[in-house]
Design a protein around this ligand. Structure first.
Ligand SMILES: O=P(O)(O)OC[C@H]1O[C@](O)(CO)[C@@H](O)[C@@H]1O
Length: 434
C-alpha cells in the first residue's frame, strides 16, 4: 500500500504538458523491472528486500544487539552511499542529543562517523575523544578501495589493536563489503572479521536497504523489521506501471517536465531538523544518477525555516530556474503549546494556546504560497509521521522515482563515471603506484 501523499497541484504545469510522458514511463518501468535498460547490472535494489531471508535479517539484528550490549561507542566508516543512508535514518529517528545522554538513558552506543572526508583534524579529535571507550567499528565500502574510508579504517584499526591486541580488535570490527573483491574483502578475510555482503547488483547510493544501512540502523535501536516493511510496501506500491496510481512515477515525470522547461535546480525542503540529512542522501541519489552528459537537475536543499533566513531571498527573487520538493509530516513526534506571558514584551501573546507545530506549519504554508506566487513550482510530499516504517517507504519512493527519472532523462542512472576524475588527479599528485 502507498503511504506517500504526493500533491503536484502547485507544479505550475498543465496536464497537457506531462500527458505525453506517460508512455515513456511505461518504457522506463519496463527497462527497470525487466532489466533491459542501461546499467541493468545494478538494478538488484528494486526487489532486494523482498528476497532478504529471515536468517539474513536475524544475523544483522543479532550482530547489532551484541554491539548494543557491549559497545560504548560505535563508529561507522564509509563515504557516499556507504554512510548517507544510515546517517539519514539515525538522524531522523534517534534522540537528537543521543550521544550526550547519560549512559543509563541511552538505548544504543554513542554513534560517530568517520571516513566521509580526509580531515586530519577531525580524525585526530575523534581518536582522542574515543580513547577511554569500548569502541566497535563498522567499516563499509562496496569497492573496498575508496581512499577516505580506507585511511580512517587504517587509523582506527591501529588504535583498536594498540588497545585490545589483534584478537580484541578483531572482535570489534565488522566489515561490510563486496562478496569477493577489493582490498577490504582481502583484509577482512585475512583478519577474520565478521562481514556482511553488499550485493554486486546494488550500487552504493541504492544500498541503504542492504547491510550497508541495515546494520547501523539496527545498532541505533531502530525497528529493522518496520523499516523493511516500509521498504517492501514501497516495492509493491511503486511497481504499479500506471502513472495515475503511482506517486513515484508522477514525481519522476513532473521533475523531468520541469527540467525541460528550464528548471535546472531542485531544492528538497524540510521543516524538521531531524529530516535535514535526508536531503544529503537524496542529493547523492539524484546527483550521481542524473548528472551525466552535461545534463541533469542540480539537487540541493533547504532546511526550513532556518534557511528561509539565508536562502529564502534567492528562492523568492533569484533566477527562475528552480523548483521545490517539500517533504512534510502530518504529525510531529513531540509538540509544545505556547503560553501567554503577563508582560508580552516579545509581542507573542497572539500565539498563546497555539501549538508550536502549527506555527511551523504556517511557515510551510506561507512559504509555499509565496514561492508559488514568485513562480517557483512546488511539489509536496507528505508523510503521516516519521517512523521506521514511513522512512523506509519514503526512501524507496525516492529510489524508484530516481531510476525511472534517470531513464526518462536518457541517462544511465546507475553509473558514476565522473567521480573518477578527481581521484585520478589526487592519486597522480600523491604518486600512487599504478
Ligand atoms: O562504498 P565505496 O565503494 O567505498 O564507495 C563509496 C562512494 O563512492 C562512490 O563510488 C563515488 O566515488 C559513490 O558512488 C559511493 O557511494
Amino acid at each position: 500500500m502507498n503511504h506517500i501523499k504526493f500533491d503536484y497541484s502547485q507544479a505550475l504545469l498543465n496536464a497537457s504538458e506531462f500527458e505525453h510522458l506517460k508512455g515513456h514511463v511505461q518504457l522506463a518501468h519496463q527497462m527497470l523491472h525487466e532489466k533491459t535498460g542501461a546499467g541493468n547490472d545494478y538494478v538488484g535494489w528494486v526487489d532486494y528486500t523482498k528476497k532478504l531471508t529471515e536468517a539474513e535479517i536475524n544475523d544483522i539484528q543479532q550482530t547489532a544487539d551484541m554491539i548494543r550490549e557491549t559497545a560504548d561507542a560505535f563508529i561507522i566508516i564509509g563515504i557516499g552511499g556507504s554512510y548517507l543512508g544510515a546517517k539519514t535514518v539515525l538522524d531522523a529517528l534517534m534522540h537528537p542529543f543521543h550521544n550526550e545522554l547519560p549512559k543509563s538513558e541511552r538505548k544504543a552506543p554513542k554513534i560517530y562517523f568517520a571516513g566521509n572526508q580526509i580531515s586530519s583534524t577531525y580524525m585526530a579529535y575523534l581518536l582522542e575523544h574515543i580513547e577511554g571507550e569500548n569502541v566497535y567499528v563498522n567499516v563499509i565500502s562496496k569497492s573496498g578501495t575508496t581512499t577516505e574510508p580506507a585511511i580512517a579504517f587504517r587509523l582506527l584499526k591501529a588504535a583498536l589493536e594498540a588497545k585490545h591486541g589483534k584478537e580484541g580488535a578483531q572482535k570489534r570490527i565488522i566489515a561490510t563489503t563486496d562478496r569477493a573483491r577489493g582490498a577490504l574483502r582481502t583484509l577482512a578475510d585475512k583478519e577474520g572479521y565478521k562481514t556482511f555482503v553488499i550485493p554486486d547488483d546494488v550500487g552504493g547510493r541504492y544500498s541503504v536497504i542492504t547491510p550497508v544501512g541495515l546494520l547501523p540502523i539496527a545498532v541505533g535501536g531502530i525497528d529493522l523489521k518496520a523499516f523493511l516493511k516500509g521498504v517492501n510496501d514501497g516495492v509493491d506500491a511503486f511497481a504499479n506501471p500506471l502513472v495515475a496510481e503511482n506517486p513515484a512515477y508522477q514525481y519522476a515525470v513532473l521533475r523531468n517536465v520541469l527540467y525541460r522547461k528550464g528548471k535546472a535546480i531542485e531544492v528538497l525542503v524540510n521543516y524538521e531538523p531531524s529530516m535535514a540529512f535526508l536531503a544529503e542522501w537524496w542529493m547523492q541519489l539524484f546527483g550521481e544518477s542524473e548528472g551525466k552528459d552535461n545534463m541533469g537537475i542540480f539537487p540541493t536543499k533547504m532546511n526550513n525555516s532556518t534557511d528561509l533566513h539565508s536562502m529564502g531571498q534567492m528562492i523568492q527573487d533569484g533566477p527562475r530556474i528552480m523548483f521545490e520538493t517539500v517533504v512534510t509530516l502530518d504529525a510531529v513526534e513531540k509538540d509544545i503549546v505556547l503560553e501567554a506571558d503577563a508582560d508580552n514584551l516579545d509581542g507573542l501573546n497572539y500565539l498563546a494556546g497555539k501549538k508550536m507545530s502549527a506555527v511551523n506549519d504556517s511557515a510551510f504554508q506561507g512559504t509555499a504560497e509565496a514561492h508559488v506566487d514568485g513562480n517557483v513550482p512546488n511539489l509536496h510530499i507528505s508523510l503521516s509521521k516519521l517512523d521506521a516504517y514511513h522512512l523506509g517507504h519514503l526512501m524507496y519512493f525516492f529510489m524508484k522515482a530516481c531510476g525511472v527519472s534517470g531513464y526518462l532523462m536518457g541517462v544511465n542512472p546507475f553509473d558514476q563515471p565522473g567521480v573518477e576524475a578527481y581521484k585520478k588527479n589526487m592519486f597522480r599528485l600523491l604518486g600512487k603506484p599504478v
